[in-house]
Design a protein around this ligand. Sequence first.
Ligand code: ATP
Length: 598
Amino acid sequence: MRFAELAGAYARLEATPKRLEMRSILVELIKPIRPPDLAHVLYLSQGMLRPEYEGVELGVADSLARRAVATATGTDETAVAARTKASGDLGMTAAELLEAAHRAETDHPLTVASVYRELTTIAEAKGAGSQDVKVQTLVDLLSRATPLEGKFLIRFVLGTLRVGVREMTILDALSQAFADGTKPTRLRIEAAYNLSSDLGLVAGALVEHGLDGLDAIGLEVGRPIRPMLAEREPTLAAVLERMGGTAALEYKYDGLRVQAHVAKDGTVRLFSRRLEELSLQFPELVADLPKALRRLPAIVEGECVPIDADTGEIQPFQLVSRRRGRKHDLDTAPTELPVCLYLFDVLMASGKATYSEPFPARRTLLESMLTPNDHVGLATQRIVTNEEEAATFLDAAIAAGGEGVMAKSVKEGSAYRAGARGYWWIKYKRDYTVGLADSIDGVVVGAFQGRGRRAGRYGAFLLAVYNPKRDRFETFCKVGSGFDDAQLAEMPKRLAKFESETPPPEVETEIVPDRWMRPGLVLEVRGAELTVSPIHRAEQGAVRPGAGLALRFPRFTGRIRDDKGPTEATTSQELLEMYRLQVRQEATPDAEKGDDAG
Ligand code: ATP
């Protein structure tokens, strides 16, 4: 397949903000493609070379790409920089310069296979001399590229390919291009993706073996599963009612979710909630998990929380965030900021998948295979059958440093549902009964210049929730409170790579910020209540025609959700659900709220 076809499709995708049209372009693009090109096209279209969890990076800085553009087009590097200054888009500059160079048509037009191979060479170049290899490989690619191809190649290597194809759109397109496009089919394809986290693998199986081929995609140690997610209820009574009267309650530990893959030989790989590898950051877990677990190979899940090394007591989550982001002194971190991983589920044991077994069976298995040690523990659990027991357990959870409880269904059908949010798990935090239920994870889509003490830097941010049905980011608040000086100073650095000259097509709002941001950074906020507002677009029209949901008195909690990608932020449907819970709560007289009223 010619790379020009892919570049042409990107140009069309870029030109439309309409999701349905994007899907048709994608369907038309992928329909004739077969493996291995198919997987490569899917990865490339998401701005990646391999599935996200592999963490493959190209390691191409702006200056390196600029040098390649200059060399390939015979232009002075400073001239390339000057030309790029206004648009901020080196891809565009590359296209203009390639156009102006009037080169003869190449005898070797780029193919997807050759581009993919060369980009892999760029990613794999490490150590001494690697910069030269990267530049030269990019120069070779550019000298065979058309202006349009050059534009997208440069954007790809810089991580700014903005064709807006997210995994939900790709799943839709796969279902239409290679199957009947019905809802059950789409769900089957999504289920295979949830288990494997690899769209290339799913697409290949679908094309080569049809829908039945998807069922053959099982769990594999080292390949993360997309996490099961929880719903909310406003009271413990409502939680129990949902669960049918009996539930397994567990402490809700406040830390980092970790999925641990332990191979037969004791090799450990740790993945975060968004499936980034964390193994380097937590050497003590890598060392202690094989000692704690029998029945390898195994895949287990738990929450990693900071602890006081002397007492074992749970500490505030911020301390574990510091471990997560750390790149240096990784060997001293375990003593400086000690942690413990509290396991709450098992998805594979003795090499066999266990995720489809009911939760009580999985818990029994987990208990039987675990010998806790200093760094690996078992989530505290109790089966409760009435509100009083639940309230007592909640008190114990809070006293032990938890932020509430997780209720888990013990019914026959209580399998682990990868990548799905449902009422098989319900989270209940102590503060649900005061003001707004739960915090909201919002995606930054814009920033405002600060005033007064904040002059010269950003002072507030426009936040959006994700609407998966429409694949759009819909705004719900502008937040400026809750940031301390250090956090504000950090924001421009955190946001630099998401800055956009124009409103990102996937963002929906009535507000124009000083600087647009492509959806990327996720911030946790709290607020007084959810209301309806004509200037915000979250679930517009769901409560009142023309109005969206908005958060009153939003406040940053201090927590940047690095463990969430933009599509993992709170969804607009969740926001609507929270709005409804709040309305229901307001309708409940205090006396009826009972003991759990915080
Ligand atoms: P969500 O994961 O639902 O998108 P979130 O990441 O903002 O939301 P919370 O609202 O805090 O997280 O609740 C779910 C998270 O709680 C899980 O992803 C997991 O990290 C954590 N957790 C803590 N204790 C447990 C437990 N015993 N069982 C399951 N999850 C737990």
